[in-house]
Design a protein around this ligand. Structure first.
Ligand code: AMP
Ligand code: ZN
Length: 462
């Protein structure tokens, strides 16, 4: 099976060939840990988890190295720590914020069925590598020291802008706002900056006398280098990272190592919006993974994410969540009814994934397997079970009815049973006005009745 992936750098889908098939290497930009992760942050985590699973299947689990970093030094972290723990020394406050956020993030993504990456490097554990990279760049004339900062000289790299395909004019227009006076060129970006009093600080590179801290972009170049080498196979993240973050990572790594590439394939997931609007705190439609998990099992959230191709924008809606929950309930029922065991991975599903992670097509195939299983094909039920698990969907949790009951919280089953009993009696007495009234009363409570020869059962409507 041939894996084809869309490469942002080439703007085309290309055959994926690892630099070294015995060590397939992927780097994905992970979270900045200062608050609960939102559902948009979950998108790259889930998308690249599917790719990780596919690579492990294609090349062997022990041959794939997946590094997803944790940014644990950053302006937003410092601001949050100052705000939440004003009485504490800043370093202590930062430790509390990052440790708690780190733990929440891991609980959340585990619940979404994501495997732990092979390595999760932390920025603060890679300061010596960052310093070494910075000194190489200065030594080769790609970076300079100014006012205790180190800046990357964008003009020293003729191919700067290749990933984002921005024209120099566009980039300049963006960079001209508030240009720091020490920059030689408005587009030059920070590799290292002096720390303000109380901020986390480390000995600076290049003989700068005051202590400082790294810029964001250099973190990823350093961590990727340490764990994956000077060049590697896949670099991923959300589409918002193309410029400037990934453009700058490429500039740093290629100039430091004199390589024609940093990563062979650059992959970017599309953005997530909520009910047709940009997700933002001010609009009040900011959904954390934690909030969603309180309502829905991780399986449902993961499935909903995979219903849209990773490069498309995704509109996160309540009705899509319902659709995901119903699809999974259908799979769960067919697997349970057939008492399915382990089967084979569906080849059409694998083929869909190998075509630039076409998860919507993979889902079409899952529905096809489920339909076959419903017609009594036991092997299809077994294959469905195994293929869902391969995709990180456990199908092991509660039934949709139990989920809805939990969501409603106020369901009084005894009261419903009494109403149904009264309705049955009314019907027996041919008092249809009364029996209809009771059905409507139940309907207003979101309870739907199903009459059969065996009697009347009820469900909570979606
Ligand atoms: P951050 O913690 O903001 O650096 O983001 C971590 C990852 O989540 C990055 O790969 C971002 O590109 C991605 N990301 C952030 N917001 C969204 C969103 N609304 N939709 C999709 N991806 C996002
Ligand atoms: Zn990064």
């Amino acid at each position: 099976m041939q894996l084809r992936l869309y490469d942002t750098l080439m703007r085309s889908k290309r055959l994926f060939e690892p630099l070294d098939p015995a060590r397939v290497r992927m780097y994905v930009c992970g979270p900045t840990v200062y608050d609960f992760a939102h559902i948009g942050n979950a998108r790259p985590v889930i998308v690249f988890d599917v790719l990780f699973r596919l690579l492990r299947h294609l090349y062997g689990p022990e041959r794939v190295v997946y590094a997803r970093n944790i940014t644990d030094v950053d302006d937003k972290i410092i601001a949050r720590a100052t705000e939440e723990h004003p009485g504490l020394p800043l370093n202590e406050a930062i430790r509390i914020v990052t440790e708690a956020t780190d733990r929440q993030f891991h609980e959340d993504v585990e619940a979404l069925g994501c495997l732990p990456p092979t390595i999760e490097p932390r920025a603060t554990g890679h300061i010596p590598e960052m310093r070494a990279l910075i000194e190489r760049l200065i030594g080769d004339g790609h970076a300079y020291v100014a006012a205790d900062h180190v800046l990357f000289a964008v003009g020293s790299m003729p191919e700067y802008g290749m990933l984002s395909k921005r024209s120099l004019d566009d980039m300049l227009a963006g960079a001209r706002v508030d240009v720091a006076p020490y920059k030689r060129d408005p587009m030059d970006f920070v590799l290292w900056k002096p720390s303000k009093p109380g901020e986390p600080s480390w000995p600076s590179p290049a003989g700068i006398a005051v202590e400082g801290r790294p810029g964001w972009h250099i973190e990823c170049s350093a961590m990727a280098w340490k764990h994956l080498g000077e060049t590697f196979d896949i670099h991923g993240g959300g589409i918002d990272l193309v410029f400037p973050h990934h453009e700058n990572e490429i500039a740093q790594s290629r100039c430091a190592f004199h390589t024609p590439i940093m990563a062979r394939t650059w992959m970017h997931n599309g953005f997530l919006q909520v009910e047709g609007e940009k997700m933002s705190k001010s609009l009040g439609n900011f959904i954390t993974i934690r909030d969603l998990r309180a309502e829905w099992p991780g399986d449902v959230i993961r499935f909903q994410m995979l219903m849209t191709h990773y490069r498309q924008p995704i509109d996160w809606t309540r009705s899509a969540t319902e659709q995901a929950a119903q699809a999974l309930e259908g799979f769960r029922q067919v697997i349970t009814t057939a008492q399915a065991r382990d089967g084979r991975l569906s080849t059409p599903v694998l083929e869909a994934l190998a075509d630039d992670l076409n998860t919507p097509q993979a889902i079409v195939e899952l529905h096809r397997l489920a339909a076959e299983a419903r017609r009594g094909n036991f092997h299809a039920a077994c294959d469905l079970r195994s293929t869902c698990r391969f995709l990180g969907l456990t199908l092991a949790g509660d039934s949709l009815q139990d989920i809805r009951k939990r969501q409603r919280g106020d369901i009084d089953e005894a009261h419903i049973a009494a109403l149904i009993d009264a309705r049955t009696k009314a019907r027996a007495a041919r008092n249809f006005a009364e029996s209809d009234r009771i059905r409507d009363e139940l309907g207003a409570m979101g309870v739907v009745l199903k009459d059969s020869k065996e009697g009347t059962t009820w469900e909570i409507a979606g």
